[in-house]
Write a protein that binds this ligand. Sequence first.
Ligand SMILES: [Zn+2]
Length: 44
Amino acid sequence: MLIKITEFFKNLPRKKCMDCGHEIEEQHECYGNRCCDCLNIKDL
Ligand SMILES: [Zn+2]
């Protein structure tokens, strides 16, 4: 029943930024569904 965390995340589909449609890097923690660029813009 145990699932390796790494295997679990590998099977996840790549997320896309809801603003620009750019693929979000898997290694980034997701705050919503925006890429780093859009997050930076948002912080302004
Ligand atoms: Zn974006």
